[in-house]
Write a protein that binds this ligand. Structure first.
Ligand code: ADP
Length: 434
């Protein structure tokens, strides 16, 4: 702002000086002409006589003979003057009857206008006015210009300061945590950005808090779940150590300890698995996985358990997706394990693979005990078990379906349950086809 004021003020002062100078110059020339033009018909003697009466302040009058010698000068002693035959206005007047010119003196500060006419006797009558040159008049105005400039710069500085404050103060006063209304309309885009950002941060924070709550809940549940089998093991062991178990019952106690230890191991394995999925640590490379192969492997792995429970398992259909092979096995295993566990003797379990448009559907269905409608939304929660005692008896951890859901989501898929109490359950996984 200061620079702008300085430059514009200086330029306008220069332009003004120039305009005034131009105006003055043309005035001076006109004055000279009207002053001496009427003498053209007169002789040098009469002209000198008449012009001697002129106000010397108006113009300097000289008369020069045809050879350039000055024969009269209103201001200067003619003896001190050099021959004027080389002067521009003199040469022109001799040749054309009149002539004019201007010359600088005192190194450009002053400027003199000359006008000359030829008199009846051949002598030259010349008038001259000396004024300030354009530089001179600018130099004269300079102190005033500098004064105004200093005042303008000071004003510009103060105004710039005020203006900046007016713009910046509302921004500095913004309470990022409160809703930020734009104090002037130029700030509304900024206010919108802040609002959007605040919203995003709040959302992210809420998500983070939710996640942290879930983790805390999970940790609490883990401790509780681990404590139960350990307490049992401790109890059995204590009774054995204290000699409180009859010889014939000892084997049963050993078996109980073994079962509880096995449950503990299964639980810990599931906890490790779900923690790794949570941390995103299981960065297995995806490969092309033939789901039919996985289904048959799972049936094979659980064939003993199926036989024990009097359940038959089969697989049908085809399906290939890009996935982590070990995770797919884990998911199939948990689903089939449940379908066998929560079943009745003579029950049938089927793994069906179907391709629907761009998706591959894995459906594990059974004709077992089913899940009540009100429980169906909760079975994917960690440690959630519909019937605690039955789940415990079958060695369930309550983490199986949580892991399956996690694996499905990890592969960009989804999970669905359809079930009717007493009729059976089918759990479906949907994956994107490659
Ligand atoms: P669990 O280790 O107890 O099997 P899951 O997470 O695998 O835990 O399953 C949660 C609960 O959902 C089970 O306790 C069970 O009550 C119910 N459930 C799961 N699969 C089936 C099924 N195929 N039929 C009936 N109930 C099931």
């Amino acid at each position: 702002m200061t620079a702008l004021v300085a430059v514009s003020l200086t330029l306008s002062a220069a332009a003004l000086s120039f305009a005034f100078y131009k105006r003055f110059a043309s005035e001076a020339q006109k004055t000279l002409k009207t002053l001496i033009a009427p003498f053209a018909a007169e002789s040098s003697q009469t002209a000198i006589a008449k012009l001697g009466a002129f106000n010397r302040d108006l113009a300097r009058i000289s008369v020069i003979d045809g050879g350039g010698g000055v024969i009269y000068d209103g201001e200067i002693d003619i003896a001190a003057l050099a021959n004027h035959a080389d002067r521009e206005e003199f040469i022109a007047a001799i040749r054309y009857g009149e002539g004019e010119s201007k010359r600088f003196s005192d190194t450009l500060k002053k400027e003199t206008y000359y006008y000359a006419i030829k008199l009846s006797d051949g002598a030259i009558l010349r008038a001259a006015i000396t004024t300030d040159s354009v530089f001179g008049s600018f130099a004269l105005a300079l102190p005033a210009i500098i004064g105004v400039l200093a005042a303008a710069i000071a004003l510009a500085f103060i105004m710039a300061l005020r203006l900046t404050q007016k713009i910046v103060d509302p921004i500095n006063a913004v309470d990022i945590n409160a809703k930020f209304a734009a104090p002037y309309k130029e700030l509304s885009a900024f206010a919108d950005t802040i609002a959007a950002q605040r919203e995003r941060i709040e959302r992210e924070l809420a998500e983070k808090t939710k996640l942290m709550d879930l983790r805390r809940e999970f940790s609490a549940n883990v401790s509780h779940e681990l404590k139960t089998p350990l307490t049992s093991i401790y109890g059995y062991a204590e009774m054995l150590c204290g000699g409180m178990v009859r010889k014939g019952d000892k084997l049963e106690f050993y078996a109980k300890i073994k079962d509880e230890a096995a449950r503990l191991i299964a639980l810990i394995e599931d906890i490790i698995m779900i923690s790794e999925l949570d941390e995103g640590k299981r960065g297995e490379a995806f490969e092309s996985v033939d789901l039919k192969e996985i289904a048959l492997e799972t049936i094979e792995a659980l064939s003993f358990k199926a036989k024990e429970n009097g359940v038959t398992a089969s697989a049908e259909g085809e399906g290939v997706i890009r996935a982590s092979r070990s995770m797919m096995f884990e998911a199939f295993y948990n689903l089939l394990d449940n379908a066998i566990k929560y079943n009745r003797r003579g029950g049938k379990v089927k793994i069906a693979l179907t391709r629907i448009d761009k998706r591959v559907l894995v459906c594990v269905s059974d004709d077992g005990i089913g899940i009540a409608q009100e429980e169906q939304s909760r079975i994917f929660e960690r440690f959630y078990r519909v019937d605690r005692s039955r789940s415990k008896k079958t060695g369930g951890t309550g983490l199986g379906l949580a892991i399956v859901k996690h694996i499905a989501l990890f592969h960009g898929g989804s999970i669905e349950v359809k079930s009717k109490e007493g009729e059976g359950t089918s759990i479906s996984l949907f994956f994107n086809a490659p």
